[in-house]
Design a protein around this ligand. Structure first.
Ligand SMILES: Cc1ncc(COP(=O)(O)O)c(C=O)c1O
Length: 413
């Protein structure tokens, strides 16, 4: 059975609490929480009359824009290597249905990968992430995990990387990505690199894409849901290699696309084209968003670390993945011994919504949680003020959320 995605579920629980007038600190949903850039909204308005089905791949102009976008980020790409879809989630699903073999997932990793693997009849080979970063399997553990999986009759064919990562808010360093790519190549695995957070890394140009290291058997997925906060517009794209293997994969993906979504909505293609050409107004908005996300994420990280929790320092997007093991006695006093019970306690007692690590494939007993700070920026003008603030974590509509978490953790300590 396919269950309701954990992230969407907590979002609904928090909305219900809010609806009852109860205070909430919503740290459970990875939505970018910022307004649409007016210039992008204007492009969409101007495109409302585009009502024909377009080519399944996306029209040649928007494919060329995505190719330019990737090329400017160090991944030389031509338009025919790009496929658009209503969200990168759809593309990840198409890849799961198309690529043979089971899936190696870093643990923890984004909730949807394992769910999609299950839906497409694939086994998951979980491999813990390294101590320093998430989004990749620990290269030291990857080889032995593959050997053990094969001995169990599992046939790994894909390794999925998230660069930068959700849930940890970190980016694997170049050396680690290189090592994982070498193992993938030696072992005949296709690398799928989910780079939807790339432009929200502290140093986007320092993010090493596997596509810069491997000429073949590597696919990038990306989109505008995070960097431009356009999740509801559903704009995603994938890049396949310029090789016979890549051409064949593109052919198969287009087959899936043609039978499932037909094409990315044509007005959205116009919006994507505008954004992916990297006009200054977009570059500036993405830079301001990156600053805001990191400032608030780091402020929340400090709150957790002050409480005694351990956590990888966030360097991308709007996530932290604290380990509250040092507070275990405090949770136990309230009868909470698992991440799910601890998350329920934080919600019931303090109105704080976080996602337990087991939603990301982590051990249910470990007191690890994904914390997303991107819904703390307020409403309307507040969000615009947050985007331009030098100290957004001190703003009067953001600081109280940090205080609520600080007090809750103190009470548990
Ligand atoms: C790692 C990761 N990949 C993909 C997505 C979804 O992207 P899209 O909106 O393009 O489907 C998300 C959204 O939460 C994500 O965290």
């Amino acid at each position: 059975m396919v269950v309701h995605s954990a992230t969407l579920q907590i979002n609904e629980a928090m909305q219900a609490r809010r609806g009852r007038g109860e205070p909430v600190v919503h740290l459970g949903f990875g939505e970018a929480g910022l307004p649409v850039l007016p210039e992008v909204a204007e492009v969409l308005r101007q495109s409302a009359d585009l009502n024909s089905y377009g080519p399944v791949t996306g029209d040649p102009h928007v494919r060329a824009s995505a190719a330019g976008y990737l090329t400017r980020r160090g991944i030389a790409t031509e338009a025919p290597q790009v496929l658009f879809a209503p969200g990168s989630k759809a593309l990840l699903f198409a890849l799961m249905t198309t690529l043979p073999g089971d899936v190696v997932l870093p643990t923890p990793s984004w909730v949807t990968y394992a769910a999609q693997a299950a839906m497409t009849g694939k086994e998951v080979v979980p491999v813990p992430i390294p101590a320093g970063c998430g989004g990749v399997p620990d290269p030291e553990l990857l080889g032995p995990a593959l050997t053990a999986a094969r001995a169990d009759g599992v046939a790994p064919g894909i390794v999925l990387l998230t660069l930068p990562d959700n849930p940890t808010g970190t980016t694997a360093d170049a050396q680690t990505v290189k090592r994982v790519c070498e193992i993938a190549q030696e072992q005949g695995l296709v690398v799928v690199s989910d780079e939807i957070y790339r432009d929200l890394a502290e140093q986007p140009q320092a993010v090493t894409s596997p596509a810069a290291l491997l000429d073949d058997h590597v696919v990038i997925t990306g989109g505008l849901s995070k960097s431009l906060a356009l999740g509801g517009w559903r704009i995603g794209f994938a890049r396949t290699p310029a090789t016979p293997w890549g051409d064949e994969l593109m052919h198969q993906l287009v087959g899936v696309a043609s039978e499932v979504w037909s094409c990315l909505a044509t007005p959205m293609q116009a919006a994507a084209r505008f954004v992916l050409d990297d006009p200054d107004v977009v570059t500036e908005r993405v830079a301001a968003s990156r600053r805001l996300h990191l400032a608030v994420s780091r402020a929340m990280y400090e709150v957790f670390v002050e409480s005694g929790a351990t956590c990888r320092p966030p360097s991308a997007a709007f996530y932290q993945y604290p380990d509250l093991e040092p507070l275990r006695d405090g949770f136990a006093r309230h009868g909470a011994h698992t991440a799910a019970a601890a998350a329920a306690l934080l919600l019931d007692r303090h109105g704080i919504g976080v996602l337990p690590g087991d939603a990301f494939g982590d051990e249910p007993e470990a007191l690890r949680f994904r914390v997303a700070t991107s819904l703390l920026y307020g409403e309307g003008q507040q969000r615009l003020d947050a985007l331009t603030s030098d100290h957004p974590a001190h703003l009067p509509w953001i600081a109280p959320a940090l205080d609520t978490v600080r007090h809750a953790l103190r009470e548990l300590a």
